[in-house]
Design a protein around this ligand. Structure first.
Ligand SMILES: C[S@@+](CC[C@H](N)C(=O)[O-])C[C@H]1O[C@@H](n2cnc3c(N)ncnc32)[C@H](O)[C@@H]1O
Length: 439
């Protein structure tokens, strides 16, 4: 196989970027414009020398997936945020379940999603400043580059956030502010991170590279839409949006989000699951048994607790809840010292009389990289009767499950459920219930 070849292939699955994946002569070809089950004549653009991988584009599609639709978003193709935009919502959800089982061996009893059209659900959104003075746009990095795709009118962001982002781009353009350029490290406005309560109140953190003479003050003075504005500076290379410092510029510095059973406050940079409506269903299940029954007891642990929604749910039925969170803003809101889970568990394991040494339930909702070897080893040593995990990455989840349920593991899986927190994208959140093994 070489660039320029034309092949006829059928896509069997979908890559995380939304390309159809076909296998031809042992080589995995990622084909833009082909959905699973579709066969096409494909021109090969690139063949890897390191591994059996190629990329291509469809020239002629010979059949059409029954769920294929014209992508409703005008930015689709340049903005890579919504890899499943070419499929209707029912087909997206079928595909997510199939991929969980076929690619990751994760069997879920159901995929929980809302009844809406899968739009306007994001209550938290990050954007990158780009363009030029007078023509600022807010968007996201295009795949594998620092080129920015415009996201004006984004269909999955909550309409409150769309309105704020549009106003911010307009005001920054009028003031001829300078967007930061990742390639040469020059410029001022870098990122904007929006959060809404879904009822018209948006807070925005504007991150600038310029620490002293930033246009952020003039921009903030002109913005009408946000209920609160904070400013952070970050001139380091890389895509870390949190910035080194954050100071309030005006208005409120948190939003109150409704999770059905309770409400919680989130500051400008704290972790907020982008879709609180479906996240609320996942949190509800995370603190219960698979059939829905509530758990009660003396001690429970909430690892990677964030702003503490699950901590507060656990406090309703456990006498002592030990919460661990490393991000200072969130840890402060929880009333605990910011700490890494590794350190938190090490302290508990080192002291046989520690209040949290024998928890009846441990829940953990780690970031994308998963728990990792150290935390899995510590959880095996802790040997709790119940361990409930929530994960946004099937890849790291299966690694963790191997460590927790394999030869040296102390647990076995009794159930798993998926949550469609991010419609139009291939992301899915999974809750897995484990119990201690008696052997
Ligand atoms: C996926 S979020 C979950 C937060 C919360 N449970 C929720 O659902 O809103 C992961 C959280 O873990 C925190 N975190 C990341 N690595 C950590 C570590 N090693 N120790 C403690 N907390 C960590 C992050 O700041 C973030 O708040």
């Amino acid at each position: 196989m070489k660039p320029g070849d034309t092949l006829t292939v059928m896509a069997e699955s979908l890559s995380k970027h939304g390309d159809g994946i076909a296998v031809y002569d042992g080589v995995e070809i990622h084909v833009a414009g082909l959905l699973p089950g579709e066969t096409g004549d494909v021109s090969v653009d690139y063949v890897s020398k390191q591994r059996p991988r190629a990329h291509g584009q469809v020239l002629v599609r010979r059949n059409t997936h029954p769920g294929r639709r014209p992508p409703p978003c005008p930015h689709h193709g340049r903005c890579n945020g919504c890899a499943l935009m070419d499929m209707d919502l029912t087909s997206q959800r079928q595909l997510k379940r199939v991929e969980l089982e076929r690619t990751w061996g994760l069997l879920v009893d159901r995929l929980v999603g809302d009844e809406h059209d899968g739009r306007g659900y994001r209550y938290s959104a990050k954007r990158v400043f780009a363009g030029s003075p007078g023509r600022i746009k807010l968007g996201s990095y295009m795949r594998g580059t620092h080129n920015v795709a415009d996201m004006q009118g984004c269909l999955v962001d909550h309409p409150d956030i769309v309105a704020c982002a549009d106003e911010l781009a307009e005001v920054a353009s009028e003031l001829r502010a300078v967007p930061y350029d990742e390639t040469d490290g020059e410029g001022d406005l870098r990122y904007a991170w929006f959060k809404t309560d879904g009822h018209g109140h948006v807070i925005v953190a504007i991150i600038t590279a310029e620490p002293c003479n930033s246009a952020v003050h003039d921009v903030a003075a002109r913005l009408q839409q946000p209920a609160g504005i904070a400013w952070g500076t970050n001139c380091a290379a890389g895509n870390d949006m949190r910035g080194a410092t954050l100071r309030p510029l005006r208005g409120r510095q948190s939003v109150e989000i409704d999770f059905g059973e309770l409400t919680a406050h989130f500051g400008p940079l704290g972790f907020l699951q982008p879709n609180p409506i479906i996240a609320a269903a996942a949190y509800h299940d995370l603190v219960r048994v698979p059939a829905g029954g509530a758990l009660h007891g003396k001690v429970a642990l909430d690892l990677y607790a964030g702003a503490g929604v699950t901590t507060r749910l656990l406090r309703r039925s456990f006498q002592h809840v030990g919460a661990c969170e490393s991000f200072p803003e969130s840890a402060r809101a929880l009333g605990c010292e910011p700490m890494l889970v590794e350190e938190f568990l090490a302290r508990i394991l080192a002291d046989a009389h520690h209040l949290h040494r024998n928890p009846e339930l441990v829940i953990a909702n780690p970031p994308r990289g998963g728990l990792g070897t150290t935390v899995c080893d510590q959880l095996n040593e802790l040997n709790a009767p119940r361990l409930h995990l929530m994960s946004c990455s099937p890849a790291s989840l299966v690694e963790d499950l191997r460590r927790l349920t394999g030869q040296h593991g102390r647990y076995r899986v009794i159930g798993a459920r998926a949550f469609d927190t991010l419609p139009q994208t291939n992301h899915v959140e999974v809750v897995v219930w484990l119990v201690g093994r008696s052997d």
